[in-house]
Design a protein around this ligand. Structure first.
Ligand code: ADP
Length: 411
């Protein structure tokens, strides 16, 4: 201590120039010198510190550990400078504890070891760090809640976009259906005006002639014209039914009504009505051994399918030809074949045959709308069945329908 007293002026001069707290400690951990900054930092007068153990500047909980470190430092790092940071605390005279950072500088003078400790008061820095930490935490919390809000909004928006897209899709489909229906109506009007013309004039001629045949012996002539009228009306009725059928199918209004019914009853009715359409010498062969067969299907649709195919066979076949209806049952399906010896379907047209309004090149001289096959195909698809054909031009066609019919019931 005397050393520092002896050179007091020089030490004072130098130590006061240092902007941090300065403590000189001897091996016994006693304070041998201080500067004014250190005195003020710890709240003591210099006289109260000189000769006192370093302990008085260290809070109780750290005292023990500190002694150990101090001794070890003296032993091992005699000549090395060292900065001690993090979780270091000093204690002021008023017992207030405060964070510090210490830089240790060993030196030897007149064969005595000392340590010069530069003490940095970290109170302000700690407060600032604390504030920054607090601000950061606040910010992070805010970011978290904003992120949550944002992801909720994004999820809501996604839901809304999905809803709108679906609505848009529905509107588009409805619009497309409407457009198709409008196109269909326009097309139908032009078809009707064309297709109705010939039968209507036929009806008119027959009706006029019926009125002229007044004699009792002219019944046969009257019957012939009445037959023509009935056939033409049936034909016109068929076109109208087709059109209504399309509209129902398009609008998804078609509701199938399944029930058990007699196949032979339906077949007999269709063949009976078709007889009116037969050309001279045409003959329909159909199974006679199905009297006891009941099937489970939509009777109206089965009638429509057989009628359509049979009328086509008649229409596209020459006079004096046979039309065969064959019926078989296989694995819960009814297999219906309608075979004619007619004009057939040109190979290049085959792939279009079930398209709406399509008519093969060789069929254009016959009356027709190109609607019938398209309609029965839609029904058959809806009923999970199949329809296909084989054909050879000028030799004939065979149309096959496979339709689920539940179990075959033999009465
Ligand atoms: P439509 O007979 O009124 O023209 P369909 O839809 O019934 O309409 O038939 C579409 C087309 O398929 C016909 O125009 C014709 O070219 C062809 N077709 C249908 N059935 C036969 C058949 N049995 N023989 C030859 N061609 C046929």
């Amino acid at each position: 201590m005397r050393v520092f007293a002896k050179n007091n002026n020089i030490f004072k001069l130098l130590s006061e120039a240092v902007s941090e707290g300065l403590l000189v400690l001897n091996r016994e951990r006693s304070i041998v010198a201080t500067n004014r900054k250190a005195d003020r930092m710890f709240g003591y007068h210099r006289e109260e510190l000189i000769g006192q153990p370093l302990h008085m500047l260290i809070p109780d909980p750290f005292k023990k550990g500190h002694d150990k470190h101090f001794d070890e430092y003296f032993k091992m790092h005699k000549t090395r400078k060292m900065a001690v940071e993090g979780c270091l605390f000093g204690e002021r005279k008023n017992q207030e504890q405060f964070p510090i950072k210490v830089s240790l500088n060993p030196f030897n003078i007149y064969d005595n070891d000392y340590v010069l400790a530069l003490v940095f008061d970290q109170t302000e820095i700690s407060k600032r760090d604390f504030k920054i930490k607090e601000l950061n935490e606040h910010l992070e919390k805010k970011i978290r809640s904003r992120t949550l809000e944002l992801s909720e909004t994004v999820a809501m928006l996604k839901k809304e976009i999905k809803r709108r897209k679906e609505a848009e899709k529905k509107i588009k489909i409805a619009l497309q259906q409407q457009q198709e229906l409008n196109a269909l109506k326009t097309k139908f009007l032009s078809l009707v005006s064309h297709e109705f013309k010939t039968p209507l004039s036929g009806i008119l001629t027959s009706a006029t002639l019926v009125g002229k045949y007044k004699g009792a012996k002219e019944q046969e002539k009257r019957d012939k014209h009445l037959k023509t009228i009935i056939a033409e009306v049936r034909h016109l009725n068929g076109i109208l039914t087709d059109f209504l059928s399309i509209e129902r199918l398009e609008k998804g209004k078609e509701i199938y009504k399944f029930k058990e019914f007699s196949l032979s009853k339906v077949l007999n009715e269709v063949v009976y009505n078709a007889n009116m359409q037969l050309k001279k010498g045409q003959h329909i062969n159909y199974p006679q051994n199905i009297d006891d067969v009941l099937i489970y299907q939509d009777e109206k649709i089965v009638t429509l399918i057989i009628t359509n195919l049979l009328y086509n066979a008649i229409k596209y076949s020459p006079e004096d030809s046979d039309i065969d209806i064959l019926i078989d049952f296989e694995k819960g399906n009814m297999i219906l074949k309608i075979k004619d010896q007619g004009i057939g379907i040109p190979e290049k047209d085959e792939k279009h045959i079930f398209e709406r309004y399509f008519r093969a090149a060789n069929a254009l001289l016959n009356q027709g709308t190109g609607i019938g096959l398209n309609i029965i195909k839609s029904h058959i698809d809806n009923l999970k069945g199949e329809v296909y054909f084989t054909s050879k031009e000028n030799k004939g066609s065979t149309f096959t329908v496979e339709l689920p019919i539940g179990a075959i019931i033999n009465t």
